[in-house]
Design a protein around this ligand. Structure first.
Ligand SMILES: [Zn+2]
Length: 164
């Protein structure tokens, strides 16, 4: 494995809620929604991604047992507990790269100035926010609004509970 800052993930569809949380933290994360585990394993190996799954069969694969591929078997059905397990196991930093990745498509976000987003965000947002980022793929615009703050707050709470 490379350094902790280079961690990348592939999330199995049985723990899909983890995708957005990892992207919010800034970790490059792809979602695997197929049924062919071999494809997921091959992609994880090719792109040096950590597999997050609830599938015990994945953990029995030679690539995983030999340590060539890192996989974490998620124990809980509850998204918050799942996230806590990942944070704790890999010692993740919730402030790793805030506002770095699109939550929908995992693309690196691009900074925009106010004038560039003027007609594309609600007026009350335009009046109160000065920093914006845009996804080059889906063209969603993000700002540090209440939704983002709520998610960041929840993450910090999770982190605190994890380190206790
Ligand atoms: Zn996007």
């Amino acid at each position: 494995m490379g350094s902790i800052s280079e961690l990348k993930f592939i999330v199995d569809n049985n723990v899909g809620k983890l995708v957005k949380w990892l992207r919010i933290m800034g970790y490059d994360t792809v979602f695997f929604d197929g049924s062919d585990d071999s494809y997921m394993v091959a992609k994880a190996l090719a792109e040096s991604r950590v597999i997050l799954t609830r599938d015990t069969e994945i953990m029995k694969r030679g690539l995983v047992t030999s340590g060539r591929l890192k996989a974490i078997l998620i124990s809980s059905e509850e998204p918050e507990k799942q996230m806590r397990q990942v944070i704790k196991t890999l010692n993740l930093d919730c402030q790793f790269r805030p506002f770095a990745l699109c939550l929908e498509c995992n693309q690196p976000l691009v900074g925009k100035n106010k004038d560039q987003v003027k007609d594309r965000v609600p007026p009350h947002v335009f009046q109160t926010q000065s920093q914006y980022v845009e996804c080059p793929a889906c063209h969603r615009i993000y700002w540090r609004g209440t939704h983002w703050q709520a998610m960041t707050k929840k993450l910090k709470k999770l982190m605190n509970e994890t380190t206790k």
